[in-house]
Write a protein that binds this ligand. Sequence first.
Ligand SMILES: [Zn+2]
Length: 472
Amino acid sequence: MKNKAEEFVIGLEIHLALNTKSKLFCGCSTNISGVEPNSLCCPTCLGLPGSKPRVNKRAIDFGIMVAKALNCEINPRMFFSRKSYFYPDMPKNFQISQYELPLAKGGYLKISEKKIGIRRIQIEEDPGRLIHVGGDITSAEYVLVDYNRSGIPLLEIVTEPDFTSTGEVKEFLSKLSMILQYLGAYDPKKEASMRIDANISMGGGRVEVKNITGFKAVESALSYEIIRQRNIMRRGGKVVRETRHFDPVSNTTRSLRAKEMEEDYGFILDTDLAEVAIDEKWIKDLENKIPELPDERVRRFVEEYKISERNAKVIVYTDKAFADFFEKCCEIYDKPTQVANWMVTDLLKSLNYNKISIDESEVEPEGFVEILKMIDEGKISGRIGKELVKRYVASGKNPREIVEEEDLTVLRGREELEEVVKKVLKENKNAVEDYRKGNKKAIEFLIGKALAKTGGRADPKLLREILLEFLK
Ligand SMILES: [Zn+2]
C-alpha cells in the first residue's frame, strides 16, 4: 500500500541537440553521424588557446522560438558562463553554458489537464562523446574520446518538480519533442538528440539519475528508481542524496557519486563571448515565424474535418509527417472520417508492425485513398481493404494493381456464394445446431467461415442473406 511518505515528485533537465547546420561557437558541421571520430573539430570546439568563439545566431533563434512556444519570459540580455570541471569529454576543462541569467524562464507546458512548470531554458555546448570500451561507465577497461560532438548546440530545459507519475513524464516528453519538431529546432532521428537527467524526490531524499537517452529509457529508469527508493524506505532506511547512472542494458541505476551542489562548479563569466542583446523586434519577428503547433492542429482537425478528438490526437501526435499525410488524403478524397479511422487503426498498426514511420514507408496518399475508394465502389470488401493496407505498407505496391493482378474483387455471383454456404453448413453441423437451438450468434461464426473460404472476397451482407435463407 502507498503511504504519504512514499509519494514522489520528479523534475527533469532535458538536453536537446538543436538542429543547426554548424556548431554553437564555430563553423564545424553538426552532421556527425557515421563520420570518422575527431574529424569535425577545430581549435574553437577543442578549446585550444587563442581560439575565437562566435555565437551561432540560428541557435539563439531556435532557443527564443522554443521559449515562446513554452510560454516563457525571455531575458533581454544574454551572456555565457564557463562551467568549470575536469573530465575527459571537455578538453578545455570548462563547458560554455549559461548560469546567472538563462535565455528564458518561468513558462509552462500543458499536458492533459495539468500544467508542468518550466523553470529555465538555456543554451550550452555539448561536450565530446566518451566511448567506454570493454564495459560501461563503471567497469570499462579504457575510454576513447570523440570530440566531433563537442560544441554542438544544446538547449537545456529545466522543469519544476511537477511530475507525479512516469506517465506524465512520458506525455510531457512526447509533446515537447513534437513541438520542437514543428519548430524545426530538433530532429529526433539524430543519435542521442535527447538526453535527460531526472531528479526524483521521495521522503526527503533527492536522487539525480544522469544521462538517460530517449523516451523508453526514461520510463525504465524512473520505474526502477521509484521501486528502489520505496524499498529502502520500507526497510526503515533513508534515501541518500546522490547522483546515479542509468544502465540501459540491465534497466537499473547505479551510484556514481554524492550529488555535487551548483557551487561545486566554478562558474565564471565567459569574456571571450560578447553579450547579446535580445530586443522586442527580434522576438516579435521570430514569433511571427512560429507555425501552427500540435495542439492547435488537433483543434483545427476537429473543427475543419469534423473527426473525433481522439483520432485527431492520435494522428497529430504520431508524428508530423503522419498528420501531413492525413491532410493530403483529405485533399483528394472527401471523406475525412473514413481516412482518419483507417489511418489510426489499420495503417498505424501496419507501420508499427514494420517498425517504420509513414515517411520511411512507400505509402502515398494517392494509393492509400485508392483502397478506400475501391471499398466505396463496392469493388472490394472491407476485409480485403484491411489486407491491402498491410501489403501496401510492407511492399509499397499500388493497391489497385494488386487487386487487378490477383483478382481480389468482391464475389457477387449468388450461385457461387450459395455453393460456398452449402459447404460451410455441411462442415459446421454443431454451429448449425446451436443456431437452431436459439443461439443466434452462431451465424457470425458461419459467416466468418464462409468469408474465409472466399479469401475475404465475398460481400458479407449477401452471405448473411443466403445463410439466413438456408437456415430457415
Ligand atoms: Zn569547431
